[in-house]
Design a protein around this ligand. Sequence first.
Ligand code: NAD
Ligand code: ZN
Ligand code: ZN
Length: 346
Amino acid sequence: MKALQYRTVGAPPEVVHVPEPEPGPGQVLLKVTAAGVCHSDFVVMYRHAERLHYDLPLTLGHEGVGTVVAVGAGVTAVQEGAAVAVYGPWGCGSCAKCAESKENYCLRADELRICPPGLGAPGAIAEYLLVDNPRHLVPLHGLDPVAAVPLTDAGLTPYHAIKRSLPKLTSGSTAVVIGAGGLGHVAIQLLRALTPARVIALDVSDDKLRLAREVGAHETVLSDAGAASVVRKLTDGIGAEAVFDFVGTPPTVRTAGEVAAVEADISIVGIGGGALPVGFGYLPHAVSVNAPYWGSRTELVEVLALARSGAVSVHTETFSLDDAPLAYERLHAGEIIGRAVILPNG
Ligand code: NAD
Ligand code: ZN
Ligand code: ZN
């Protein structure tokens, strides 16, 4: 089968032929209908060899949707022909965090060397994907595969971050979204669907700011050195009760700190190497800063249900598997509006 692989440290990914996987006991084989392209793959591909924790070659793609085509011995929870989304942050399934469905915070994943598809295990940008356990599949129940696939990360990750801050986002509050890309443009819609907060979006690109307004941002601000003072003015000097940084670079985390209100939540979701010092006098009183990772299985079920209700629609641009390297090039150049989605069998 064809697959998109990261093969050589520092080189772009390549479309290659690899053996078709076969499901072993307890496993499920999917024919991939759609696979999303996430900016995090560049974090993997820019890492020096000594800091790369994965074996190469690595089939990319940690957002996947497909049809069950075969199941291994003992699998009864899913049937052939079922259309499913893959829950990516695989855990052990039985530690205290996994028991709460928070496999993204599995206590034993490192020790047991459990890796998500596309981030260690073979990923979804391939004709077929092996899923380690039917527990990691959520039925689409009629959702369109292309529209649904980004929800498994670009939807789930912001949902997880926003859910934690819902008590802060009451009437009259403000939420700031930094970076209106794949994750950010879904975050804006989730904030509008789940909260009465005013949403202010920041980005460096006019096209992304236009998308932010289209999907529900009340205000948009160009993300430069003056952005924090614009946000302060827009909030009568108070700042935002919740800040979601989907860039995470040193300048954006600084902006996140500068726009935070007293008792605000700051979630640094973007993996851009930025860090925000916390200590008396560094930030307004009682601000809490966290760096969440992906989301729980329950939250994926909730995000898909929300999409089914029509509250969230992901802007997508589709590519064939042969053109998958181009999708990565265009994402890197900042030219994807919304999410790039690969159709490995389309
Ligand atoms: P993306 O490329 O689709 O979007 C990034 C957006 O940020 C773009 O719109 C870009 O124009 C904008 N941007 C760049 N510099 C900016 C700046 N200085 N100020 C404001 N906006 C700026 O990327 P994505 O796939 O949405 O991923 C976003 C980030 O989240 C990445 O760093 C990715 O690695 C990370 N991520 C983290 C998790 C997690 O679990 N923590 C999960 C998925 C993705
Ligand atoms: Zn991702
Ligand atoms: Zn676990």
